[in-house]
Design a protein around this ligand. Structure first.
Ligand SMILES: [Fe+2]
Length: 112
């Protein structure tokens, strides 16, 4: 059984991963270049694997953030896919740092 705080953090990570899965999937569907389409589909598939990795801990399904799917899709269409992806990955990096911080606190032995 997961600590409530840890579970909340992992569920947040799951939501991020499934949201990114759909963003990459949507971007892949929107472009014509076959090589780039293939790369985006591969990243989309990787994000789904990350989602399923976290699901093994929570045993819960999480819905994607539809607003963020639209936001990053539109940003990518207006300013270019590279810009949109970089912006999105910055958000993921912040979440990773937060998770590291909380998980290290949870795994640190408490003084007697
Ligand atoms: Fe990921």
């Amino acid at each position: 059984m997961l600590d409530e705080k840890v579970e909340k953090i992992i569920l947040n990570a799951q939501r991020n991963e499934i949201t990114e899965h759909f963003i990459y999937e949507r971007l892949a569907q929107s472009i014509k270049d076959l090589q780039n389409k293939k790369v985006l589909k591969q990243i989309s598939s990787d994000e789904l694997k990350h989602y399923n990795f976290w699901k093994e801990f929570t045993h819960k399904d999480v819905k994607p953030d539809n607003l963020n799917i639209w936001k990053y899709f539109l940003i990518s269409k207006i300013f270019g896919i590279t810009f949109g992806i970089k912006l999105m990955e910055k958000g993921e990096e912040k979440l990773k740092q937060l998770m590291k911080k909380y998980l290290s606190l949870c795994l640190t032995p408490k003084p007697l």
